[in-house]
Design a protein around this ligand. Sequence first.
Ligand SMILES: Nc1nc2c(c(=O)[nH]1)N[C@H]1C(S)=C(S)[C@@H](COP(=O)(O)OP(=O)(O)OC[C@H]3O[C@@H](n4cnc5c(=O)[nH]c(N)nc54)[C@H](O)[C@@H]3O)O[C@H]1N2
Ligand SMILES: Nc1nc2c(c(=O)[nH]1)N[C@H]1C(S)=C(S)[C@@H](COP(=O)(O)OP(=O)(O)OC[C@H]3O[C@@H](n4cnc5c(=O)[nH]c(N)nc54)[C@H](O)[C@@H]3O)O[C@H]1N2
Ligand code: SF4
Ligand SMILES: [Mo]
Length: 694
Amino acid sequence: MNIAVTPKKALSACPHDCPSTCALEVEVLDEKTIGRVRGADMAYTAGVICAKVARYAERIHHPDRLLKPLRRKGEKGAGDFEEISWDNALDNIAEAFLKAEAEYGPETVWPYFYAGTMGLVQRDGIHRLRHAKRYSGQYDTICTNMAWNGWVAGTGKLAGADPREMAKSDCVVIWGTNPVNTQVNVMTHATRARKERSAMIVAIDVYENDTVKQADLPLVLRPGTDAALACAVMHVLFRDGHADWAYLEQYTDDPKGLEAHLKEKTPEWAASLTGLSVKEIEAFAALVGTTKRTFFRLGYGFTRSRNGAIAMHAASCIAAVTGAWRFEGGGAFHNNGAIYTLNKTMIEGSDVRDPSVRLLDQSRIGPILCGETGDLQGGPPVTAMLIQNTNPISVAPEQRKVRQGLARSDLFVCVHEQFMTETARMADIVLPATMFLEHDDIYKGGGHQNILLGPKLVDPPGEARENDFVQKEIAKRVGADHPGFSMSPREHIDWMLQASCFGDLAELEASGWKDVQPPFEDAHYINGFAWPDRKFRFKPDWSAFTGVTGGPMGPWADAPAFPDHWAVIEEADEAHPFRLVTAPARSFLNSSFTETPGSVKKEGRPEALIHPDDAEALGLSDGGRIQLGNKRGEVVVFAKLFAGVQPGVVIAEGIWPNDAHETGEGINTLTGADPVAPAGGAAFHDNKVWARAL
Ligand SMILES: Nc1nc2c(c(=O)[nH]1)N[C@H]1C(S)=C(S)[C@@H](COP(=O)(O)OP(=O)(O)OC[C@H]3O[C@@H](n4cnc5c(=O)[nH]c(N)nc54)[C@H](O)[C@@H]3O)O[C@H]1N2
Ligand SMILES: Nc1nc2c(c(=O)[nH]1)N[C@H]1C(S)=C(S)[C@@H](COP(=O)(O)OP(=O)(O)OC[C@H]3O[C@@H](n4cnc5c(=O)[nH]c(N)nc54)[C@H](O)[C@@H]3O)O[C@H]1N2
Ligand code: SF4
Ligand SMILES: [Mo]
């Protein structure tokens, strides 16, 4: 007789580097196996998750999971490894770190990590090892710098209106983010507003992506020109009497100065820079001017340019001109980082951090490993690394330098990974890592307002071990001392919650997540913005931002005082007639999911979207091979003729493995690692390239 067994369902949280941080409901089939993954009914997730995580069983039970520690046998990068025991591997790592330290001092060791998991214990515990040993620090620049600094320049704080309010809005402006691909829940709330309140959805992007296709007012502009659009919109708002002067007088620093500055920033001026028509710009300005409940959902994409922080600030100014902040369903939102006042002392060992230890710029891993002297700041070369949660040979800019650096014979590298990534293949020691359902951790939503628990639900395969284990075992062997090393992940979670007055582990375990949304008055800055004078800044102090060595970075001193188009992008020129944007693919997440068959099938092959007129001029047909190049290198992809971009703009979706490309070099061969003003960052969507049909 067959007895139908209902699988056990357990709550979890998506660990991936995505602003949605969805609450999950996971089918647990037995102690090793999961079934379907669905969205839990946390108010922001609202039961919706993306397709790639719904099929997570194919990632967690993938036959290519790393199962044993490995030691390199052959040449670096050749992929020739032998299995060794964990003890052996950890002893090897400790020996290499101690030897490097004895020769060059502790700053020669560079623990390098990012957000493969967003779990606060498993991701950030690497800092404890770093601080306890005075190893080189990491200045995080690869993702958020321009966006966060540009936002904070105006508001003073990384927080905004409750993103669930999008559902109560009359106009949702989705600016420089492609939520259908990158954070699906934004669409849930925006489309609810359209259905229930007939709200308009505006999408501003550089190509007609799947979000733009759903918009009522799609605006497809030239990359790196968003500040020009924002200025023209504000020009019209002042011109046509849509500026809320009572709000401006009470809440902003220099509204008259802004109005005067914008006199020249006409729709005609912006049309010539953005490639939009005057009619489109006027229509957008009239819409936000007459719709007080307008919600500006500002993303990362439009900040990944050399003028990206200035663009974010410019876009964030519009809600202050219209006074949209006054209304529920109005205002602006980028990220909620500042609402989570978590005490991470035990996780990160921040109490033993020596501020005199150098920070190295994450995005400049290539130049750093190649020993470029400015980057090393007079300190020793990097000769030993522990890499967790990141795949730099694929995701970091100036890929040729990353490859050259990782191939150095005097550099020892340990990569702790779930799969044999292209970075792992360059390592001396590879360690097998757990996935989120195989360890305990805690998460916070950048795109919402919840702290979520992700408990261990199944056993890891083979000998895979969690990040926390690796950090502790290395610490033991290299003499790193901190009370945090003797706490389990669950003890860390409990300690942090209690020390932050956010309850405790038992409470979180009972509820699955905790909503920490600040009250309306705070989220909408009703009592003033987060500066000493409580005013939103149209005229930010760019000199006050601090980068890798304590002062601002890049050509910040030339940044415009008021919002403006700042012409520091890699403009197309005669030798490089195209502007290349390297946007995210829907079924990949950065370099993750490039290993799952379901995602690879959906994405197909590495392509470049190119306007049919450009293709014709190049003698290129649909599906033909196209080589893109600039001073940093060349890449071969397949052409896809696409009328939804402006001529002269090329879009490459997804960070495909380098090996998926004809010459073994990936898209980041073309992107630059020069720091963006005022505080660093990588301008992944700001590249001038030439193109030729092969
Ligand atoms: N499926 C999927 N989801 C992801 C990711 C992924 O790779 N795949 N990545 C994750 C990560 S790490 C992050 S940080 C977030 C980022 O998510 P988003 O905030 O969405 O930012 P981006 O992914 O950089 O780019 C989004 C859009 O910006 C557009 N864009 C590029 N340049 C410009 C410009 O100059 N102006 C305007 N207006 N638009 C421009 C791109 O064409 C793209 O459609 O997404 C996360 N979610
Ligand atoms: N061209 C181009 N390049 C980009 C971008 C772009 O838009 N265009 N986006 C940039 C952005 S925004 C970001 S954030 C970076 C992201 O770059 P990465 O941080 O490298 O991103 P991921 O591919 O998400 O994850 C890295 C790795 O972490 C591993 N991992 C996951 N969980 C764990 C764990 O618990 N333990 C261990 N040890 N490993 C784990 C995964 O297997 C994966 O290989 O890429 C940047 N690169
Ligand atoms: S939308 Fe983002 S947070 Fe939600 S399940 Fe997908 S990757 Fe995870
Ligand atoms: Mo990111």
